[in-house]
Design a protein around this ligand. Structure first.
Ligand SMILES: Nc1ncnc2c1ncn2[C@@H]1O[C@H](COP(=O)(O)OP(=O)(O)O)[C@@H](O)[C@H]1O
Ligand SMILES: [Mg+2]
Length: 311
């Protein structure tokens, strides 16, 4: 049996004038934290609502737990959703909110489970404050507790970090990582890649309703690590010089002409000089610096990365 827990194929949502989600494909494996990153309006909430069973797709398929879900809502019950503060009663306390959800799920012996959930997300079980008077961070915690009622296998969190202060963000991150350690698969969206990079293990970049890139955490971090890029005719020979004459061992041969050097403490001049001394002509050498946000903006069309030409 495959360990893919969610698979969407050619998923599309057409609103009257707007294709909010356009032929999206992806697979999520059990235990992953899948980061959906896209600017505002790129279709994140619409996509997550379809996967969570809140709205119907216009076309395409959703497979949950290895089953096509058309017309069968039982599979959606194994998912917990935090999407745009849906389902919170502002005039009730956190406890009461959770109690109402637990009743609707038909859960008996509710009190203990509700206390456990409140403790898990860090809310005081004796607090009688109405939810409308909660801080943003407390509302998000309650949202997660609500999503966890019924012990779902998958948690869908739509921009859970939105509106939180730095302390709230770091607590939310810890909560997400702790939940994942208990075996829950998590899909989390954000419009800020830096935030997701602390938790997600895989990413999909959504832009104008389409997924424009899939990337693993390792690949992404490598892309955003400072490096020196050199172009030479013969990378194999060049690598010998780098290793033997400059003691550089952190490098990657990218193709027939290009080498990335991750040891940026070495001077560019030193590299070109040493290679030239060994009869290797350097066509170009540049420092490459890119933050996660620049990486994201370069793909979604609003900015770029820096390339300092030097030789
Ligand atoms: N119910 C709706 N009717 C019409 N257009 C909608 C509806 N919901 C979302 N949209 C549009 O679909 C696009 C994607 O929205 P959304 O999924 O909310 O993006 P995101 O969550 O990434 O900010 C936006 O242009 C939005 O205006
Ligand atoms: Mg949204």
């Amino acid at each position: 049996m495959s360990c893919e827990i969610i698979e969407v194929k050619q998923l599309t949502k057409q609103f009257k004038w707007k294709t909010a989600v356009n032929n999206v494909d992806f697979k999520i494996r059990k235990g992953e934290i899948f980061g959906l990153i896209g600017p505002n309006g790129s279709g994140k909430s619409t996509l997550l609502k379809m996967i969570g069973g809140l709205i119907y797709p216009s076309s395409g398929d959703i497979h949950l737990f290895n089953n096509a879900v058309q017309g069968n809502h039982a599979y959606f019950e194994r998912m917990g959703l935090l999407i745009e503060n849906t389902g919170v009663y502002p005039h009730y306390s956190a406890y009461k909110n959770l109690e109402l959800i637990a009743i609707s799920y038909g859960i008996k012996n509710r009190q203990q489970q509700i206390h456990e959930l409140l403790e898990l997300v860090g809310l005081d079980k004796t607090n009688k404050t109405k939810v409308k008077n909660y801080s943003m961070g407390m509302k998000q915690r309650l949202g997660i507790a609500i999503a966890l009622v019924g012990s779902p296998d998958v948690l869908i969190l739509d921009e859970p970090i939105n509106g939180l202060d730095p302390q709230g963000i770091s607590e939310m991150r810890k909560l997400i990582l702790d939940l994942n350690k208990t075996g829950i698969t998590i899909i989390i969206s954000s419009h800020i890649l830096e935030e997701l990079s602390k938790v997600a293990t895989k990413y999909a970049i959504l832009h104008q309703g389409k997924i424009i890139e899939h990337i693993s955490k390792e690949e992404l971090l490598l892309q955003c690590e400072d490096r020196i890029e050199i172009e030479v005719d013969d990378p194999k020979m060049a690598v010998l010089v780098l290793e033997n004459h400059l003691e550089i061992d952190q490098y990657k041969v990218i193709n027939d002409h290009t080498i990335y050097i991750y040891d940026t403490s070495v001077q560019s001049q030193q590299i070109t000089k040493k290679l030239a001394e060994n009869n290797i002509y350097v066509h170009s050498i540049s420092k490459h610096k890119q933050t996660l946000e620049q990486y994201f903006l370069a793909r979604t069309g609003n900015g770029g990365e820096t390339h300092d030409e030097s030789s």
